[in-house]
Design a protein around this ligand. Sequence first.
Ligand code: 6OG
Length: 157
Amino acid sequence: MRSTTLCLPVQGNPAERILLGMKKTGFGRGKYNGFGGKIEDGETPEAAAVRELAEECGIVAAESDLEPVGRLVFTFPARPEDDHDVQLYIIRKWQGQPAETSEMKPVWFAVGDIPYNEMWADDSYWLPAVLKGKKVSGEVYFSEDNEEVDGITIRTE
Ligand code: 6OG
């Protein structure tokens, strides 16, 4: 199980626009997603979230500006090495302009125009709730093709 972060930069409260990145390499290549990755040994989830934001799209955020919005566990029965335990954050304040890196190409989307058909299949189940200000927790089981959602439980608060 990989312990990771996923950070969603948004403008507006409630959210009006969201910054997503087209992933250029590795796990989730070819999909839009938030920014994040592995929590390194000895690193806090918040430190990892801030580091990954800078590495993937060049913006500099303070840990104290991260809003924790939940936790999701993704299970891939056909590829257990890809199981992910993900801490989710929203961020509304940072320094610098998002820029393309070797890992991600950042693009702003209106919240009514999110490209769910170019994202992980779970996202349409929980992202709308997060963008409305809810916290989520849940488990997602992927099918044998590692793409479709086979089972999902999402709790909101
Ligand atoms: P690395 O393991 O490459 O980071 N992530 C997911 N994000 C969404 N929206 N859906 C999923 O369903 C995900 N599984 C993982 C966590 C992978 C990045 O992708 C996120 C990390 O930010 C399967 O270091």
